[in-house]
Design a binder for this molecule. Structure first.
Ligand code: GLU
Length: 335
C-alpha cells in the first residue's frame, strides 16, 4: 500500500514538472510585468515619423498556450503597427502557396549579420556567393517574398495576406492609415531595395507593387493579444489554438521557426537564441513575438527600442518568462 502511494506520488510530481500550471504561467507574466513597468530605457523609433508619436508607455504581455489558454498582464488592448513581425506571415503564406523550397531558392534562409535594410548584404551575397543567400526576414528578402504572393492584382494579393494575418490573430485586423501614409512618404530606401531586387531578377515584376504592399503589411495594427495568438499559431503546428482554424501548413512550421531563430532579431539574433533558445521576431513598432514549439506563443508590446531596433521591455520580459517557464527546446533533462 505504502509502495503504491509512493509510486502515485512520484507520477504526480513528474506530471507537474512537465506541465505548466495556469498559476505558474500567470505569476511569471505578472512578475515580468512588474519588474519592467518602470524601466525607462530606449526610445520610439522616428525614421518612420508616425511611430515617434505612439504612446511609449504602452506595455502589455500576452501568452497563448498550444491548448488555447490565454494569459495576459498589463495593457493588451492598445495597438501598435506590426512592422517586421509581418514578414514571418508573408513568408509562411508564400511557403503555403509555392512550397518551402520557393523561399529557399529565390531568397535564401541564411543570416546576413547585417542591418535589416542592408543593401550591402544583397551585393555581398550576389558577388561573393553568386546567389540569394539572404533571408525573408530582412527587408530585401521580405520585399521579394511579398512580390511572390499569389493574386492577379494588388487588391487580391493584399486581401490574401491580410486574411492570413487575421486568421493567425483570430480576428479581422486593419491597417493604421497614418502609419501607412507616413512610411509610404519616407520609404525611399525600401523602394531602392525593391528596384535592386528587380534588377537582380529576384523580383520578377512590379517591384513598386511589392514595396507598397510590404509597406502596408508593416502598417497593420495589432495588440499584444493578437501577436500572442499569431505566435501561438506557430507554436501549435500552424493551427490557431484559440479558434481551432488551420492557417499555416504544418510541414512549413519547422522551416519558418528556423529562419526566425537565425534572423528574427536583426543583428542580435544569435545573442537572443543563446539566452532563450526561442525563435522570435521583433518589429520597430515595439512588438515582439517568441515561440516555444508545442508549448506557447508569447508577445510583448512596448514601443521604446534599443540601438539594434528591439523593444527594450519586450526582450527582457520575454526572456525572463521563457527562462522561468523553462521553455527552451534545447533544455532537456538527461534520461
Ligand atoms: N517597415 C519597416 C521598414 O521596412 C520595418 C522595420 C522593422 O520593423 O524592423 O523599415
Amino acid at each position: 500500500m505504502k509502495r503504491l502511494f509512493v509510486l502515485l506520488w512520484t507520477l504526480v510530481l513528474a506530471a507537474g514538472a512537465a506541465e505548466l500550471t495556469d498559476a505558474q504561467i500567470q505569476s511569471a507574466l505578472n512578475a515580468a510585468y512588474a519588474k519592467y513597468k518602470d524601466l525607462n530605457e530606449g526610445k520610439n523609433t522616428d525614421y518612420i515619423p508616425a511611430l515617434a508619436k505612439v504612446d511609449s508607455k504602452i506595455y502589455g504581455i500576452a501568452l497563448v498556450t498550444s491548448s488555447g489558454n490565454v494569459f495576459t498582464a498589463g495593457d493588451v488592448r492598445s495597438q501598435v503597427s506590426i512592422q517586421s513581425i509581418s514578414k514571418v506571415f508573408t513568408m509562411a503564406k508564400v511557403m503555403d502557396e509555392q512550397g518551402a523550397e520557393a523561399i529557399e531558392k529565390r531568397i535564401g534562409v541564411d543570416p546576413t549579420g547585417m542591418r535589416f535594410n542592408s543593401i550591402v548584404a544583397v551585393e555581398w551575397a550576389q558577388k561573393l556567393m553568386g546567389g540569394p543567400e539572404i533571408n525573408p526576414l530582412m527587408n530585401p528578402g521580405a520585399i521579394t517574398a511579398t512580390s511572390m504572393l499569389a493574386g492577379d492584382n494588388r487588391q487580391e494579393i493584399w486581401n490574401g495576406l491580410l486574411g492570413c494575418c487575421s486568421a493567425c490573430a483570430g480576428r479581422p485586423l486593419t491597417v493604421d492609415k497614418e502609419v501607412f501614409d507616413s512610411e509610404s512618404a519616407t520609404n525611399q530606401r525600401n523602394q531602392a531595395i525593391g528596384y535592386l531586387m528587380y534588377a537582380y531578377e529576384f523580383i520578377k515584376k512590379e517591384p513598386m507593387w511589392a514595396t507598397d504592399i510590404y509597406t502596408e503589411q508593416c502598417s497593420v495594427s495589432v495588440n499584444a493579444k493578437d501577436l500572442a495568438a499569431m505566435a501561438g499559431t506557430l507554436a501549435n503546428g500552424g493551427k490557431n489554438p484559440v479558434t481551432g482554424k488551420r492557417v499555416v501548413k504544418q510541414e512549413n512550421i519547422p522551416g519558418i521557426l528556423a529562419v526566425m531563430a537565425i534572423a528574427g532579431l536583426y543583428d542580435d539574433s544569435g545573442k537572443w537564441l543563446y539566452h532563450t533558445g526561442l525563435p522570435a521576431k521583433s518589429g520597430v513598432g515595439g512588438g515582439r513575438i517568441a515561440v516555444a514549439p508545442g508549448k506557447f506563443g508569447i508577445a510583448v508590446v512596448s514601443p521604446p527600442l534599443d540601438a539594434a531596433g528591439n523593444s527594450v521591455r519586450a526582450q527582457r520580459a520575454i526572456a525572463d518568462i521563457a527562462n522561468g517557464l523553462r521553455a527552451s527546446p534545447y533544455q532537456v533533462a538527461p534520461r
